[in-house]
Design a protein around this ligand. Structure first.
Ligand code: 8IG
Length: 301
């Protein structure tokens, strides 16, 4: 059996073939309610079923095949997943994080994880987007379970102190100064929490609750990518609303807010990867007529 890192490299190679793009710069995972954002991030260069990349779990929902897009915005090539694999579908953790590992293998140094969540912090309103400042992983799982990763990869004992990069959160607040920040607690699901579990999570410092993102963030951080997490709060968590949890309400709130959060992503993504630092001049100003092959240095090593 191939290890998950090799599988991701194979998927990244397929991605390059399918899209004609040797690498991608930023990946975006669109969670529930975020789908319309896909159309405003940039110009779609390619759209394909993720099954063509290999290594992804078979979807548990029949009917529509999950797709990804290669999107251009400015000088950046963005890999957009229009959906994700959840642990609660019964898939192995490696399948849940395969999209993120593929993105990292494709060159993405910034990974944007979006989701929909229940609000634990009672100052949050349905339809509000909140920056994830940190998480509490209550799934009981880790994408780094198993032997040490192969040579060339970081140790499985990875530091998560700045998992949701402060640099990216600052950029997001520049795009929208009203953005709140909160701690996301991930439960395994698919059932919603009991009111007692929500009281526990609140006591532990959680502001919003969901069933995704944490494992993908860990896998991305392990691969050295910077993570930006944004959660669309769509319902008060269990025990915090007199009416209880209503899935159709959750969907309606998501649809209502999608355009706004899409605009935020579209504005933010181009700022997340700094331009290459200016290169030292190499040769005559009339153009590059040197015989130096690309990537070769004219300086001694
Ligand atoms: I939308 O209240 C959404 N997703 N676990 N709890 C959990 N996931 C959610 C919730 C919620 N709301």
């Amino acid at each position: 059996m191939t290890n998950p890192y090799e599988a991701a490299r194979a998927s990244a190679a397929r991605l390059a073939e399918i899209t004609g793009q040797p690498s991608h710069d930023v990946a975006v995972v669109l969670g529930s309610g975020w789908l319309p954002a896909a159309d405003v991030i940039g110009d779609t260069a390619a759209e394909f079923p993720i099954s063509e990349l290999g290594g992804f779990a078979k979807p548990t929902v029949a009917g529509h095949a999950p797709v990804a897009r290669s999107v251009r915005t400015g000088r950046l090539q963005v890999l957009v997943y229009l959906g994700r694999t959840h642990l609660y579908e019964g898939h192995p953790v490696d399948a849940v994080v395969h999209g993120v590992r593929t993105a990292a293998a494709a060159g993405c140094r910034v990974i944007v994880l979006t989701n929909a969540s229940g609000g634990i912090n009672e100052s949050y309103r349905p339809g509000q987007a909140v920056l994830i400042s940190d998480h509490i992983n209550l799934t009981g799982r880790s994408p780094l379970t198993g032997p040490e990763p192969p040579a060339g990869y970081a140790s499985r004992f990875v530091d998560l102190s700045d998992l949701y990069a402060a640099r990216l959160r600052a950029l997001a607040r520049r795009a929208d100064p009203d953005l709140a920040e909160g701690v996301y607690v991930a439960f395994h699901g698919p059932h919603y929490e009991t009111p007692a579990e929500i009281r526990m999570a609140r006591g532990a410092g959680a502001d919003m609750v969901g069933m995704s993102t944490a494992l993908e963030a860990i896998a991305a951080g392990h691969l050295g990518a910077e993570v930006l997490g944004i959660s669309l709060v769509t319902n008060p968590a269990a025990g915090l609303s007199p009416s209880g949890l209503d899935h159709t309400e959750v969907i309606a709130v998501g649809q209502h807010s999608a355009a706004r959060v899409g605009a935020l992503l579209a504005q933010l993504i181009p700022t997340t990867v700094p331009a290459e630092p200016p290169q030292p001049p190499r040769g005559p100003a009339s153009g590059d007529d040197s015989n130096t092959p690309p990537g070769a240095s004219s300086e001694p090593a």
